[in-house]
Design a protein around this ligand. Structure first.
Ligand code: SF4
Length: 127
């Protein structure tokens, strides 16, 4: 079975409803993850973590991500899955929600623009 990045922490710190990526969705990037042995516990919040401690821990996790050779793949995995908890690909869960909301809005704008341009072409073709 393919092991996910920073998997050892999931046992202790990740809420039980978090489900790991299915093996067929996991990519070869997992084997290159810098956080495979997250012994410092940087990537997932322990329960009842104070805000200042969370922010400091997330900053430390992001610094690890910044030197990770598979940051882009990891980030995209966490966005597509989507992973609801933890730092993945240099983004916190809240930051991923913002990225996803922007993507959805951009897709809607593109669809609206495409529909609008199609209607204009139909009107022009009809004379
Ligand atoms: S980008 Fe960060 S969370 Fe993702 S595999 Fe690398 S170190 Fe782990």
């Amino acid at each position: 079975m393919l092991q996910l990045p920073h998997q050892p922490l999931q046992v202790a710190a990740v809420p039980p409803q978090r489900t790991p990526a299915r093996e067929d969705q996991a990519g070869p990037w997992h084997s290159e993850a810098v956080c495979r042995r997250d012994e410092a516990g940087l990537f997932f919040a322990p329960s009842k973590e104070p805000t200042a401690a969370r922010l400091a821990r997330e900053d430390s996790a992001k610094r690890v991500c910044a030197r990770c050779p598979v940051m882009i793949e990891c980030q995209e995995h966490a966005l597509i899955q989507p992973e609801p908890y933890g730092v993945w690909g240099g983004l916190t869960a809240a930051e991923r929600r913002v990225v996803l909301a922007r993507r959805r809005r951009r897709e809607m704008e593109l669809k609206a623009a495409s529909a609008s341009s199609g209607a204009t072409e139909r009107v022009a073709a009809a004379g």
